[in-house]
Ligand binder design. Structure first.
Ligand code: AMP
Length: 271
């Protein structure tokens, strides 16, 4: 849906990525009016310098004016939590969810194994996500170190104002959850994407998720062991969709999220 709104006339994309010896450290992406850019830029630089994975040696900040005519408005997915006891249950649950979303067992296992060993050619985390054929499991992203980086998306102030108290009530109002929800919303709106799998490269953050158009955003409290630095994302693309078109949407389309989904009570996973 394309909506022109006077509030959006002054919007910029601001994004940061940081690295140390070519190793990806952190990233952030927001959409904001001109008057907020200085504050946001300072917060992003601080984040790059104080990240748990190390102090950045290179910090790239990109700011660009957005053409308000190209802004698309989309909703956030519904949020669920499946309670699992450990990483092996978490990964079994993730495989089951991916299959339910239409990913073959071969493709889901291949992506998960790549994330476990570090999906970049060096065996470390990628800067972006793998794009994976949901049937064969083939990697489709043109650059296996960079991957596909989803940018140019954010919540409207109104949607953020509704989301934060909702997440607070469930004890999960943290940047990991907020930023991942926004990213997943854009991924699920992309042509041909049937599911996403993610766990963080932040060593202390073990919760990951599977998202899918029919599943919503499903949090799994143990998707990797504590202390593990290798994280990643896989976007599963149905056969027959154009890779260039989906990458152009994920990297280039400007998406504002103006509606939030339902937050469901946690449920125990049953194999
Ligand atoms: P994070 O959840 O920020 O710890 O990121 C986990 C992994 O997701 C990273 O190692 C990247 O491989 C990938 N990733 C992070 N940000 C993005 C993004 N904007 N677009 C695509 N993939 C990303």
């Amino acid at each position: 849906m394309l909506i022109f709104n006077a509030m959006n006339a002054n919007l910029y994309s601001i994004r940061m990525r940081s690295s140390q010896d070519a190793r990806h450290i952190s990233g952030a992406e927001r959409l904001a009016p001109a008057e907020c850019l200085e504050t946001l830029a300072a917060a992003m630089v601080r984040r790059a310098l104080e990240h748990e994975r190390g102090c950045a040696e290179q910090i790239h900040l990109t700011l660009e004016k957005i053409d308000p005519k190209i802004i698309q408005h989309i909703p956030l997915p519904d949020i669920r939590t499946l309670l699992v006891d450990d990483v092996s249950q978490g990964r079994a649950a993730a495989l089951q969810l991916l299959e339910k979303a239409g990913v073959t067992r071969t493709a889901a296992s291949a992506a998960m194994e790549a994330m476990m060993r570090g999906a970049s050619p060096e065996g470390t985390s990628m800067r972006g996500a793998m794009l994976v054929d949901s049937c064969s499991g083939a990697r489709l992203e043109p650059d296996a170190a960079r991957g596909v980086r989803v940018t140019r998306m954010d919540l409207t102030d109104e949607a953020a104002g509704c989301l934060r108290p909702l997440l607070q009530g469930a004890g999960v109002d943290n940047p990991h959850v907020r930023e991942a929800l926004v990213l997943a919303a854009k991924v699920l709106a992309a042509p041909g994407i049937v599911a996403e799998l993610c766990w963080s490269d932040d060593p202390a953050y073990t919760t990951g998720y599977v998202a899918g158009p029919g599943l919503g955003y499903v949090r799994l409290p143990h998707l990797k062991p504590a202390g593990e630095e290798r994280g990643g994302r896989a976007f599963f693309l149905a056969p027959g969709f154009d890779v260039k078109e989906v990458i152009a949407f994920l990297e280039g389309a400007v998406v504002l999220i103006d509606r939030i989904g339902t937050l469901h009570d946690p449920e125990r996973w049953r194999p």
